[in-house]
Design a protein around this ligand. Structure first.
Ligand SMILES: [Zn+2]
Length: 202
């Protein structure tokens, strides 16, 4: 797309190249494809983007994405397990393995390694504890990463639940130290999940 520089197109390339896995070259190709398909792609894409921007919000109970016009999946009470993850990407990789069929809780990050014991730092930890009490959850699976922060977070949650009648498990140590859930291969994740073990409540 050398030659005449059109301001709008340059701007669009700049934005598209910020998407994961894309650099300036692939961004250019995508923008060309868009421009050559105004009616078939740009029009429906624009409409959908506006709808997503306006209507998709993060649930302030479970951290999942939801449409502002409907109930979140967490209002479904049929599950008695909750899998606690750091972010949406982690939830998606676990979902893709097909090994787990319960509900999820997306914390929105981890506690800092060395000062985490005091407060939830804006993570959805209080609402996790509420969910566990309200929905009579039998098992909480802590699937935070094997980093110091992930471990700190798992211990903080386990501590906060020590007087509750709920089983707390942690993914098996097949997860490499420092490893984030998002980047595990399916096989490792599958066995880490299958071989999860109870966390000692001290
Ligand atoms: Zn929710």
């Amino acid at each position: 797309m050398s030659g005449a520089k059109v301001k709008e197109i340059e701007e669009l390339i700049k934005i598209v190249s910020k998407l994961p896995g894309l650099g300036p070259k692939s961004a250019q190709r995508i923008v060309l494809k868009l421009i050559n398909n105004r009616e078939e792609i740009i029009k429906p894409l624009t409409k959908t983007l506006v709808e997503v921007y306006k209507n998709v919000v993060r649930c302030n109970i479970c951290g999942n994405l939801k449409s502002s016009s409907s109930n979140c999946v967490c209002s479904n009470k049929k599950y008695d397990q909750i899998c606690v993850v750091e972010n949406l990407a982690d939830m998606f990789v676990i979902q893709n393995t097909g090994i787990y069929n319960g509900s999820y809780h997306i914390l929105g990050g981890t506690l800092p390694a060395f000062e985490g014991q005091k407060s939830g730092n804006g993570l959805l930890i209080d609402s996790l504890i509420n969910r566990i009490e309200k929905n009579e959850i039998k098992e909480v699976i802590l699937a935070t990463s094997a980093s110091i922060e992930g471990e700190t977070t798992a211990h903080y949650i386990s501590d906060s639940l020590k007087n509750k009648k709920v089983k707390i498990t942690r993914l098996a140590k097949g997860v490499p130290v420092g490893g984030s859930i998002e980047h595990l291969d399916d096989g490792t994740l599958f066995s880490a999940f299958k071989n999860r073990s109870s966390m000692a409540k001290d």
